[in-house]
Design a protein around this ligand. Sequence first.
Ligand code: BGC
Length: 260
Amino acid sequence: MDVFGLDIGGSGIKGAPVNAESGDLLGERVRVPTPEAAMPDEVVAAAIEVVSRSGWEGPVGCGFPGVVKEGVIRTAANVADEFVGFDLQTRLQKELGTPVRIVNDADAAGLAEVRWGAGRGVEGTVLMLTIGTGIGTALFIEGKLVPNTELGHIEMHGREAELWAADRIRKVEDLSWKKWSRRIEEYLQKMEALLWPDLIIVGGGVSKKSERFLPRIETRTRVVPAEMLNEAGIAGAALAYVPETPVSPKPPAFTLTQEA
Ligand code: BGC
């Protein structure tokens, strides 16, 4: 099935048609900058521009940087507060005249990585992070997504983790890669202590520069860069249409060892 994957981010809105079986992008990626104030009407208009510039008329899967419940936005850390309570799904469906499904952006990227990228076939618990304007998280247990985890907002050093360790903060505070690596290391160690994942996938804008920080980081868990880089958000958004995606092999049967 072909679906248009739309990725609404804090700094850009990107989209392309996607083959939802293979994850391949079927056309050119269109990008427009996210409007400055990121108000719902402006973001909707920009999203529609991306879809119409591509000449697409079919179904649309869309990633959004906040909690999404049944198409309605529940949190908006990096876009206007006016998004909270906004029924983005119904609004886009009306304006585009096609069916639309909305998912959290990190969940979308995670779905793509677990299906086609660095998390392919991995058993157990997989944590995907998207590190960019904020820190997004997607948690998978035996290939099944636990939607809307918001672990970028745990408190660290008196701040929300994403306000201390996101890539945006590295730039704003002009941190060296070495200094910033310490923060990410501490954040990853916190995630390990809370979730004990079997694999952590680091995605988002920084995944392109993973050699600058991943080798400096010590963790008990295997940490790998995302394989699909920035395309994960678009390809994964298309999977909003195919939610019951079998991503991992069946886990081994659980047996209780009986004491003699
Ligand atoms: C939002 C998440 C989102 C992440 C990455 C966070 O501020 O709360 O929902 O996934 O940013 O965009």
